[in-house]
Ligand binder design. Structure first.
Ligand code: KG4
Ligand code: ZN
Length: 339
């Protein structure tokens, strides 16, 4: 029998709804929220209001695209955390009401596990990783190295003690006057600049821990000093600055990933989250693969940012185990990877 799951993602600033049949996508529709660009970051209150406006039209669009009727769904999966509480509440209440109205199982999904499980979606031309594999999850809110033993068993090897990798891109961009989120623009400009022109402080962190706040401070002080001497410095050197900053961030990520591969003996390496769209990071991984060190799994672009499909695939695996939630389930802004 086919298992058809509706996936609802509303943890941050995108309302994304997907319909998955077994492990294949029938629809994955995202309503982006442009409003936050004006404020230089996501404004939680505006995000939850936009989710309220977007959620019903997005579900309708996904059902139409998939050519599925609500009564044909097997279960309703939704993000219960981590994320912005107000945003999570919109998806959680909607999922509960739908599950109650349709009398279909309700399945809560951990957003961070979902980013990783997106690698198990069946897509033409894409190979799924065998277990165990390592996954570097890098987004605007998180930086983690995870050992994935099965869809149901993951061990967090290390994470950041301060800023996330995406935050490092965004904050560096803000210092240089780029619009939020600055990651994609830094990536674009980095391809035109010299990655070795400027060098920034590199953190010395034990094991698989990350820290990015020192890098941000190092960029800030360097630019303040340069701008005092030459107010045209940032404008003139912007491409080289972007290339050097991207190079620093990618090196920090790759060094830890290499250490994790070495210590665990696992050479199947996946990346996930918004920063996995970064061309410098992709290039560095592909170089390892070309040298015969790793087999790498890079998500297609639509699964790098927050998406409903990753929630639906996570729901699918929980459905197989009949791991359902009841209506007393609550959203939580903070949620460990293990929960
Ligand atoms: O996973 P995501 O869409 O949202 C969450 O934070 O959950 O990640 C967004 C982050 C932002 O910090 C953005 O600047 C970064 O991903 N990002 C990139 C690129 N595309 C998005 N960073 C570097 N290079 C990119 N191409
Ligand atoms: Zn995310």
């Amino acid at each position: 029998m086919d298992i058809t799951i509706l996936g609802i993602e509303s943890s941050c600033d995108d309302t994304s709804i997907a319909i998955l049949q077994n492990r294949k996508i029938l629809a994955n529709v995202t309503a982006n929220q442009k409003i936050h660009a004006e404020y230089g970051g996501v404004v939680p209150e505006l995000a939850s209001r936009a989710h309220q406006q977007n959620i019903i039209p997005t579900v309708e669009a996904a059902l139409k695209q998939a050519n599925i009727k609500l009564e044909n769904l097997s279960g309703i999966a939704f993000t219960s955390g981590p994320g912005l509480l107000g945003s999570l509440l919109v998806g959680t209440s909607f999922a509960k009401s739908l599950s109650l109205a349709l009398n279909k199982p309700l399945i809560e999904v951990n957003h961070m596990r979902a980013h990783i499980l997106a690698h198990l979606i069946e897509e033409d031309g894409q190979e799924n990783p065998e277990f165990p594999f390592l996954c570097l999850t890098v987004s605007g809110g998180h930086t983690q190295i995870v050992q994935v033993n099965s869809p149901y068993s993951m061990d967090l090897l290390g994470s950041t003690i301060d800023d996330a990798a995406g935050e490092a891109f965004d904050k560096a961009g803000k210092i240089m006057g780029l619009a939020y989120p600055a990651g994609p623009e830094i990536d674009r400009r980095a391809q035109l600049g010299d990655p070795l022109k400027f060098e920034f402080a590199k953190p010395k962190m034990p094991d698989f821990q990350f820290s990015f706040s020192g890098l941000k401070t190092s960029i800030l002080y360097f630019l303040q000093k340069q701008m005092k001497e030459d107010p045209g410095f940032i404008d003139r050197e912007l491409d080289n600055l972007c290339a050097s900053i991207q190079h620093s961030i990618v090196t920090i990520l790759m060094d830890k990933l290499k250490l994790a591969a070495q210590k665990t003996g696992i050479n199947r390496i996946a990346i996930a989250g918004g920063v996995s769209a970064n061309s410098g990071l992709r290039e560095a991984l592909l170089k390892e693969e070309a040298e015969g060190n790793w087999k790498v799994f890079i998500p297609s672009f639509q699964f790098t940012t927050d998406n409903g499909a990753m929630i639906a695939i996570s729901g699918y695996y929980k459905y197989l185990q009949e791991d359902f939630s009841d209506l007393s389930i609550v959203a939580s802004a903070r949620k460990p990877l293990e929960a």
